[in-house]
Write a new protein. Structure first.
Length: 734
């Protein structure tokens, strides 16, 4: 106000109030000091903008603006018509977070807000300011990892707080001459600040240090006062660094950044410092230097913990993919030969689920130990996932040598591991990409090794595969096939064909085998030999197999009305269905649903199922047979033939594979087929031969007492409509 008139624009005022007491400690009055705060706020704004590419706000404890991007909003609480203009009302959710937490950060989808309280007066927690910073997410977008973003926020908050403290301290020093009690006013800020504060006179001699200074550096107030900051640095290199920093301060007026400093006991520590000149307001001459610094030791410990998590696997202590790649890149510039190996323990997840986390850790550490027995001093080993390892074979691209090594490694890994008196066997699949043949690009090598490993998974356990272009093409084709197969049931793309099974003596159709077919709009007609392995590998065979069972039973029951004699149907079951579904229950429910006699259903299984899981499979087969369903061994003689399971399990039928009769009589005497027929006769088993295509093959089987045949000699697999015509014609002949 000047001459009774209020001046505009209005200027913010900082009012410092203190009670005055007499010698008897009786209150005598109040000392009020008014200080123009605009200069201080301007310096805060300018200092912050010069250091941060972000929006800075200063709020009072009710959420009103003291400093904002729009000066019209500042101090709106003083005017009745503008009291609705506040940060707390414009951003209620963020303000609520500030009230709840005090300090922290808030993500509103566009900007990342971080906030912290500032307490200018000791003992008055409610009379505080709130510093708010806002940075666009696209500025922080490079820090996509949450841990890294946290470190960035810590650093940003630190810089801002240091800037604000520096400005506050600077301006409080300037009003020292206007208030004799300035030491007591600033006592709360200085003494209780976690940052170290050091004030020097114009000759750079220390005139003040706070408690945090002594705590961080180890130097007491008495040891520091009267000395220059450089006198507290004993290391020559550190003195040189400090000299350069002070040269910058003298030339430019300020310096801030991170350095490694030295404590009194000689230990070093990282710190962030802000140093600035302070000038006398009236004479504009240099009066003091102010240094505010923060010990970053705890920040570095946090960073190291995050880096350890990022770079080392907790269970094995092996480098993660990030660190593995960093180490390999150090080699790759100096060498011209290398092989990257990706190894997956294919049954680890199943064992982990059954044995638990502790046993899983034992298993994976044992695999790690066994792999390392084959590594040379320059080889590198890392871990990709809990069940996958990655290895770099340095200065080696000999496929023959690598093949020998992989065979030895697979053999050793497959040796039993004893856990709680139980022996556990591991299966692995390995993919290898060789440096010269493929690419010197590490990402490509890892990608190729993974493709080869996945291809090995498709071909069977305990194998290794070298990457080749054809493998990539096959792998991508399988991926495309898998994608289409996932929607095959939903899109009604699956169907069943039926191939007649004929009694040799009467040539009558007594049953059929249900054969799965898939026609896709993008892939066309897909061979079962291509899509069945994919379905088994992805467990899609479970819903598909259930559909085949139900469709075959439903259709067969419908056909009973067209035949004079009962007509059976045979359905192939996958090993995956035995392992991962309750087949006896499913079959029982379907038979009841369609009222089909159980003896008309026959399930076909391969020999391999029995050998791999004799106890579990045998139990399920016994339950299925108890329903009255027949069980046949498919492709007999091509797999793990064993008389043991033929004797222990009550099978109904053996099915001779076409391999044993396809070349008869030109290039095959039929001796193997005859042996199987004789064996079946001794065990009193029914026999059916598949793949019968010629009259000579039919006569041979008939002469050797084969009971049934199936093959193109009698009929190819037929659609539902064509099969109905065939059985109708047979009934007319009968």
């Amino acid at each position: 106000m000047k001459s009774g008139v209020v001046e505009t624009p209005l200027k913010p005022l900082m009012r410092l109030v203190r009670l005055v007491f007499n010698d008897k400690n009786e209150r005598q009055g109040i000392l009020v000091l008014n200080y123009l705060a605009k200069n201080m706020l301007d310096q805060i704004e300018n200092d912050s903008k010069s250091n941060m590419d972000m929006k800075i706000l200063l709020l009072n404890n009710e959420g009103y603006y003291l400093l904002s991007e729009n000066s019209d909003k500042d101090f709106s609480f003083m005017y009745g018509d503008q009291q609705g203009i506040s940060f707390s009302q414009e951003n209620p959710e963020i303000w609520q977070a500030i009230l709840n937490k005090g300090s922290g950060y808030y993500d509103d989808g566009r900007d990342l807000y971080f906030y912290t309280p500032i307490y200018p007066l000791k003992g008055y927690q409610n009379l505080h300011w709130v510093l708010v910073g806002a940075a666009p997410l696209d500025v922080l977008g490079v820090f996509t990892n949450e841990d890294n973003r946290t470190i960035v926020l810590i650093a940003v908050l630190l810089i801002l707080v240091l800037c604000i403290i520096s400005v506050i301290v600077s301006w409080l020093l300037l009003i020292r001459k206007e208030a004799r009690s300035w030491e007591k006013i600033t006592d709360g800020i200085f003494k209780n600040a976690k940052e170290g504060i050091m004030i020097m006179d114009a000759d750079m001699q220390i005139v003040y240090v706070n408690k945090a200074f002594s705590t961080i550096t180890g130097y007491s107030e008495g040891e520091a006062l009267g000395k220059k900051p450089i006198d507290l640095k004993t290391a020559k290199k550190l003195r040189e660094i400090y000299s350069k920093i002070w040269e910058t301060v003298n030339e430019e007026g300020n310096w801030q950044g991170e350095i490694t400093d030295q404590r009194k006991d000689g230990t070093t520590y990282p710190k962030y410092i802000s140093i600035s000149k302070m000038f006398d307001r009236k004479s504009n001459t240099l009066s003091n230097f102010l240094e505010v610094f923060e010990d970053l030791t705890s920040v570095r410990i946090t960073e190291e913990a995050i880096n350890k998590i990022k770079h080392y696997d907790e269970a094995t202590g092996l480098p993660t993919q990030v660190l593995f790649e960093m180490k390999v890149r150090e080699y790759i510039k100096q060498i011209d030969r290398m092989a990257v190996v990706v190894l997956q323990v294919t049954n680890f997840n199943a064992l982990y689920d059954n044995l638990g986390k502790k046993s899983g850790a034992i298993l994976i550490n044992e695999v790690s130990r066994r792999i390392q027995t084959f590594l040379s001093a320059t080889d590198l080993l890392g871990i990709l996932h809990k069940d996958q390892f990655i290895m770099a074979r340095i200065n080696s691209n000999d496929k023959l040598e690598m093949g020998h090594l992989m065979n030895k490694m697979i053999t050793y890994i497959r040796e039993p591991i004893e856990i709680d008196t139980e022996k556990v066997y591991l299966n692995v699949s390995i993919g290898i990409a060789v440096f010269q043949d493929d690419s010197a690009d590490l990402e490509k090598l890892i990608e190729y090794a993974n493709i080869a490993k996945n291809y090995a998974l498709q071909t069977g356990d305990n194998t290794y595969v070298f990457y080749e272009k054809e493998i990539r093409e096959n792998y991508l084709n399988n991926l495309k096939l898998e994608t289409e197969l996932r929607s095959a049931l939903e899109n009604n793309e699956l169907s069943l064909n039926y191939q007649p099974q004929v009694q040799v003596g009467s040539r009558a159709i007594i049953a059929s085998e249900a054969l799965l077919r898939w026609h896709n709009k993008n892939l066309g007609q897909v061979s079962p030999g291509d899509f069945i392995p994919v379905a088994e590998r992805t467990n899609l065979i479970i819903p598909i197999g259930n559909w085949v069972l139900e469709e075959a039973i439903r259709q067969n029951q419908k056909w009973q009305q067209l035949t004079n004699e009962p007509l059976g149907v045979a359905v192939n079951l996958s090993p995956v269905q035995f392992k991962k579904s309750d087949l006896p229950k499913i079959i029982k429910e379907l038979l009841e649903k369609y009222q089909m006699p159980a003896e008309l259903l026959e399930i076909e299984i391969t020999e391999g199922i029995l050998v791999e899981n004799m106890v579990g499979t045998g139990s399920q087969l016994e339950q299925i047979k108890a329903l009255g369903v027949k069980v046949a061994i498919d492709d007999f003689g091509t797999g793990y033939s064993s008389l043991k399971y033929l004797q222990n399990l009550n099978f109904d039928k053996l099915k001779i594979d076409r391999e044993f009769i396809k070349d008869y009589p030109e290039n095959d005497s039929g001796s193997i087929a005859k042996t199987i027929l004789n064996l079946a006769a001794q065990l009193e088993l029914h026999v059916i031969a598949e793949g019968v295509e010629t009259h000579e093959q039919f006569l041979f089987l008939k002469e050797n007492n084969c009971h049934e045949i199936q093959g193109y000699y009698f009929s190819k697999p037929l659609s539902v409509k064509d099969f109905e015509i065939l059985i109708s014609e047979q009934n007319q002949v009968d």
